[in-house]
Design a protein around this ligand. Sequence first.
Ligand code: CDP
Length: 218
Amino acid sequence: MSDVIPVIAIDGPSASGKGTVAGIVAGKLGFHYLDSGALYRLTAYAAQQQDVSWDDEAGLEPVARALDVQFKEGEIWLAGAAVGDAIRSEEAGRGASRVAVWPRVRDALLQRQRDFRRSPGLVADGRDMASVVFPDAQLKIFLTATAEARAERRYKQLIEKGMGANIHTLLQDLRERDARDAARPVAPLKPTEDAILLDTTDMTIDQAVRFVLDRFVV
Ligand code: CDP
């Protein structure tokens, strides 16, 4: 067995279910879990609190670099306060995708993400886990589903959290965010050549989890 700490990279578009699948796979393997999208959401959120515009790359960089964030007890803590669902709204998602276009923001978050690679292994979910953050990942999965299926999943998620949602607005938001994530010059949303594509449109979460676990050989 090699002494390299294994990484499973799960990338894909919004609401494809990658966070849920990644979390369960990590739990089953006893691996650590990185929700990289949360870091972009937190950057957008912290910027808003500090009156820094999502369009201001130079202003955002120090915000991203200085994020005082901790992932513990199944909760995210920013400067010692539990963030809860404040970063889970569609607006926070839109903000994340706006700040994520900036190379200096991405660079500021890079090492922080790599630091999650700890023994016995890591499952990382995002857009550029396979292409930029962990290019040497042992397994790379690109998880998709149709925009309609994704909008429906996000709708259920938001309703379950007691947050308001409208399926038509959600679908429009998803398409906009996909387009922005795929079109940006730096770390665009796109499968790497060595990634395995997994379309979960007609799959249950358990089936998607099984698919990933079956392909992971240490
Ligand atoms: O849950 P959902 O897939 O909608 O979003 P997320 O994974 O929390 O990511 C929110 C936004 O952050 C995405 O739309 C991307 O623009 C950005 N992001 C990124 O650029 N790179 C990552 N590795 C993760 C997220």
